[in-house]
Design a binder for this molecule. Structure first.
Ligand code: F6P
Length: 341
């Protein structure tokens, strides 16, 4: 078979490990030809692709980013591509497509699949917010980066008796903030699912200093928001790809805490460092397993499905289940983090 593979949306550690695994399983075991489509769905639309051989994927297991490139594509162009998908696939000569990406990519994959293109999805995102899979690859790496950063901030915060506000990625969900915050022992964990009260946060820090502690670390997700009727803060508008832009909650929170508490408060925005670099061992293995199962799914004809981690097994699940809703942090998980503050 000739299988197209593309990576779409924001990059994520482990994308290259999936591509490597797809090539190994496809070429070595099934005698497939793997065609790497460049820059996600943009390459499909523009007919840009190249064969990817066993030699091309040497060394990819540990390499961050994606050798195929990635791009965001406007919804109108996706709609056009869906209407023309059979011709686009025929132009590239592919029998099936493996689409690796987050919620937007899997939504597009479902549209292509519904329109008749044989597609298998592979879920990726550092945000870990894809429903119907216990985890996405990239998340563990992001949590490690964020945890190490908070660990490092503690010593400098204590030396200067400061409050440090660490802003972490997570547009709509607080998985990275919750997990890294717990792992590093942050004193406040603020996530989009649980709007915060600035007065309660400052009271908690004040009490901590009164107990003789000399610093405080607040981990805040970029999409966290103040509870209605508390701090006034607007996140940005929606961009041309339909994604919410963010208004800098870390900066705003640090400024506000400094004026309420009369103590130095510094914002630290980790941003894309959470997405770059080599994947952790866990992400390398998960990405490799997803790639293996995606090729098997193609050969079983399980189109319109995606590879999902369920417990310790990889299962093929209808892609519709991944895109109906985001996987948010449930209240009991947040409550567990509150207990350790
Ligand atoms: O991949 C998801 C994510 O990391 C979000 O947490 C973040 O808001 C977004 O991507 C930023 O992506 P970009 O800067 O590439 O638009």
């Amino acid at each position: 078979m000739r299988i197209g593979v593309l990576t779409s949306g924001g990059d994520c550690p482990g994308l290259n490990a999936v591509i490597r695994s797809v090539v190994h399983r496809g070429t070595d075991v099934h005698g497939d030809e793997i065609l790497g489509i460049e820059d996600g769905f943009l390459g499909l639309i523009e007919g840009r692709a190249r064969p990817v051989s066993h030699d091309d994927v040497t060394g990819l297991l540990t390499l961050g980013g994606t050798i195929l490139g990635s791009a965001r594509v406007q919804r109108e162009r996706i709609n056009w591509a869906v209407d023309n998908c059979e011709r686009l696939a025929a132009d590239l000569g592919i029998d099936a497509l493996i689409a690796i990406g987050g919620e937007g990519t899997l939504t597009a994959a479902k549209m292509f699949s519904d329109a008749g293109l044989p597609v298998v999805g592979v879920p990726k995102t550092i945000d870990n917010d894809i429903d119907a899979t216990d985890m996405t690859f990239g998340f563990d790496t992001a949590v490690h980066v964020a945890t190490e950063a908070i660990d490092r901030l503690k010593t400098t915060a204590e030396s200067h008796q400061r409050v440090m506000v660490v802003e972490l990625m997570g547009r709509h969900t607080g998985w990275i903030t919750l997990t890294a915050g717990m792992a590093a022992g942050a004193h406040g964990i603020l996530i989009p699912e649980k709007p915060f009260d600035i007065e309660a946060v400052s009271r908690m820090i004040e009490e901590r200093f009164q107990r003789g502690k000399k610093f405080a670390i607040i981990a805040v997700a970029e999409g966290a928001k103040p509870a209605p009727g508390t701090l006034r803060f607007d996140h940005g508008e929606v961009d041309q790809f339909g994604h919410q832009t963010f208004g800098g909650i870390g900066n705003r929170l640090a400024g506000e805490l400094e004026s309420i508490l009369g103590k130095e408060a510094r914002p630290v925005i980790l941003g894309h460092t959470q997405r770059g670099g080599t994947p952790t061992a866990l992400d390398r293995v998960l990405a490799t397993r997803f790639g293996w199962h995606a090729v098997e799914a193609v050969h079983k004809g399980a189109f319109g499905h995606f590879t999902a981690l369920r417990g310790t097994d990889i299962e093929l699940v209808p892609v519709a289940e991944a895109v109906t809703q985001l996987k948010t942090v449930p209240p009991d998980r947040w409550a567990e983090s509150e207990a350790v503050l």
